[in-house]
Design a protein around this ligand. Sequence first.
Ligand code: HEC
Length: 273
Amino acid sequence: MTRSSAADARPHDRRTAQRPPARRPARRCALRARALAAVALLALALGAAGCSLKGAENVNQIAGKQQFVAKCGSCHILARAGTKGIVGPNLDEAFRQGLSEGEARSTVRGIVEGQILNPNPEGAMPKNLVGSATRRDIATYVASVVARPGQDKGLLASAVQAPGAGKPAVEKAGKLQIPASPSGQLAYAAAKASAEVGAVTVEMPNTSGVSHNIAFEAGEHGSSGPGPVLGASKIISKGTATVSLTLKRGTYTFFCEVPGHRPAGMYGTLTVK
Ligand code: HEC
């Protein structure tokens, strides 16, 4: 059987991101049936290996959170992970109703694993984002925190640095380096920068794999601004993007122009003296 005929046979894969809300319950049922099969298989495999399902719950949730932020958060909102991507569905919203109707978190885990393994081929979610161990870590973390009020505690709370919490960026000899968050958050490593009046080359190193750029406008505006854009680098997902500016005394906002990134918090303030 070819990949596409297999996909056609699955109701799960016929859905689209724009599916009207009224059809969601049907899809959830299809998802649930598949997930239950996956959970049953997992239980069988664990039984054969001589361990209990409880052991499966001990997978590395800290790594799961870090990997979720790195590989999933640029497209999905998950409140506990602090991610704000808007390309895909808000995961807290996607699972809240099912959970409130008694859906088990282990079922959610199966759905999330299944989704990572087999995203809708016509959708924007890439296939093969992570390997099987990471898939399990991510799914376990997501299932344990999704649609849960409050904040992560203990080691999970410090698993990922708060966005923009790095040291302020300072210009040196005409160069100002403002890295994109290496952990994949929709943020720069620093939310504050300073430079001297005159010509400056801004460099934005990006090791995250998530597409970003850096653009500037006059004034301190935060998550949305009036423009005009004074200068902007290219959008890159790896490497270093640069933009050259001539700055007057005052404050400026630097921000990412990829849709959704600035509103999610990818901006900061540059002070020029
Ligand atoms: C490039 C953007 C993108 C990335 C990265 C991404 N997703 Fe998605 N995701 C989507 C889109 C778009 C959809 C809706 C279409 C679909 O189902 O494929 C989706 C759907 C989902 C769903 C189904 C939600 C529902 O309403 O039932 C889950 C669960 C999910 N993603 C989890 C993840 C996890 C976990 C990762 C990281 C391993 C991830 N996604 C990475 C874009 C993305």
